[in-house]
Design a protein around this ligand. Structure first.
Ligand SMILES: Nc1nc2c(ncn2[C@@H]2O[C@H](COP(=O)(O)OP(=O)(O)OP(=O)(O)O)[C@@H](O)[C@H]2O)c(=O)[nH]1
Ligand SMILES: [Mg+2]
Length: 176
């Protein structure tokens, strides 16, 4: 199971909706997928077909649930953390949540994917801005985690194929 965390409104629910239908032709939404979401007050479990033969269960925890994220951290085989690249007001809070999550003692997996979402918006931060504001180099130097970073847009679908590839190669033990 892959755990998907990130601050409120980062785009986790929309990403999961997109990932669920990406390879799953029979579940294609005839409307092309609604953009409307409601905040996740709890958890949201979604099956994602990452290749034609492999399925991964992804568990989103709503941003509002961050006080209880640690209870779920030990159960995941991979971790994805999403950042809203258009929300500079959320940088400080997002950074603290990311550091707290990565330093959690019950985190067993060393495979972490940071998703830089909403890159379709003209006001989004650049990758360089994100890395400086989140002090990503310092974070990575101090940890033994294998951290990958992918820029995505749950809105346009940009980067979703790379996310599926990462899930397929890193989340083991699940096949459909
Ligand atoms: N422009 C744009 N909007 C997005 C993108 N991803 C999500 N959104 C919008 O951002 C809002 C919040 O998205 P959600 O998917 O509900 O965010 P969340 O991370 O699940 O939020 P919580 O469940 O509250 O933690 C919705 O209005 C989405 O349509 C994106 O890549 N680009
Ligand atoms: Mg949500």
């Amino acid at each position: 199971m892959c755990l998907l965390l990130g601050p409120q409104g980062a785009g986790k629910t929309l990403l999961l909706r997109r990932l669920h239908t990406y390879l799953n032709i029979k579940d294609q939404d005839p409307l092309g997928g609604s953009q409307a979401t409601i905040p996740t007050a709890g958890t949201n479990l979604v099956d994602v077909l990452v290749t034609k033969k492999q399925e991964v269960v992804v568990r989103e925890m709503g941003g509002i649930m961050s006080p209880i994220w640690p209870k779920y951290i030990k159960d995941c085989s991979t971790l994805m953390f999403m950042v809203d690249m258009s929300n500079r007001l959320q940088v400080a809070a997002g950074c603290i949540l990311l550091l707290t999550t990565l330093s959690d003692r019950s985190l067993v997996t060393d495979k972490v994917l940071i998703l830089l979402n909403k890159i379709d918006l003209p006001t989004c931060m650049s990758r360089f801005e994100f890395e400086s504001l989140f002090r990503l180099d310092d974070v990575l130097k101090q940890s033994k985690l294998q951290v990958s970073v992918i820029e995505v847009s749950a809105h346009t679908g940009q980067g979703l194929g790379d996310v599926l590839d990462w899930l397929a190669h890193n989340t083991t033990g699940e096949a459909s």
